[in-house]
Ligand binder design. Sequence first.
Ligand SMILES: Nc1ncnc2c1ncn2[C@@H]1O[C@H](COP(=O)(O)OP(=O)(O)OP(=O)(O)O)[C@@H](O)[C@H]1O
Length: 358
Amino acid sequence: MDAIEVEGLKRRYAGRATAGRRTGATGQGFEAVRDVSFSVREGEIFALLGTNGAGKTSTVEVLEGLARPSAGTVRVLGFDPYGERGFVRPRTGVMLQEGGFPSELTVAETATMWAGVTSEARPPQEALEIVGLGGRAGVRVKQLSGGERRRLDLALALTGRPEVLFLDEPTTGMDPEGRRDTAELVRNLRAEGTTVLLTTHYLEEAEQLADRLAIMQAGRIVASGTPEQVVAERPSRITFRLPRDVLPERLPLNVPAAVDGRTVAVRTHELQWALTELLVWARESGIVLEGLQARSASLEEAFLEIAEAGNRPESGPDRPGPGTGPGTGTGTGAGVGKGTGTTTGAGTGAGARTGVRA
Ligand SMILES: Nc1ncnc2c1ncn2[C@@H]1O[C@H](COP(=O)(O)OP(=O)(O)OP(=O)(O)O)[C@@H](O)[C@H]1O
């Protein structure tokens, strides 16, 4: 059994002024989550990503038992988190986007109050120490910085030694050190067997931390898998500058490229072969490729590409999402070899494309 199972989840909010297929608004309200399915294995860190308003919080709130699904089924540790809340709540920890604790209480009072309503609670000071707030116990909540508040929220979420931990944007407002500490803490929790579902806008964080992830857009999951799998679907990038006296037309024909002045950008799903072809050509021609860089796509690039594709007028949420495999990209990249890209070869593509984002 997986720790979290989501099948065909829909969540609809009553009433909303905007209308139209892309917004998810219908005569019966607004559908913020539209047929979402995924599962999280025990002891796994799973990241739910997406642009603002994609439906992450609306999904996580259902998993936390704070809202009932409009359709579909959700199981946390085998139970319905809404209908069987009593079985689920003591075994889960929740860090909401807004903690909402009384700001006049001190950090220690808040932690103590929370421990008082939590079964098998950690001692409050222990929870504060774990998140690095041990030295701030006497400070009023209203005097904490944004990042410190997030740490306090995290301490409270950990108080019940949860088997499943929900973290909604846990590191928002934290400085780099706080983000690093939180990432380490989450890894330690995983090592102890805790299942973690988190939402975040820090893609590097997700890439480093998550065992698997899903990217949501307009209420749907449009890409999912391990970070490596999601990134592997995006083209790699080779960039370099040609010497002034070498025209782009001379580039090998199997390496179609976007050219901007002397700067050349190649996007390819066949990094090794494209690079080999390019380097062999450069050596045989005695050409130095200045500033040569070759790298795989990052999760951030994958995310931005998916987001851009989703923002195009033709890609409403009723269409299949982008990024389900090589060759289904957005047409901004250059392919290698026969017919994998939409660009023409270097000979005709020179200067015609503006997509160089080196
Ligand atoms: N109570 C509500 N009533 C009506 N619409 C809502 C309500 N709460 C959220 N929405 C809408 O549902 C959509 C999804 O919101 P949600 O908060 O789940 O997105 P999100 O992915 O968590 O975004 P963010 O990254 O900004 O937190 C948005 O369009 C939002 O405006």
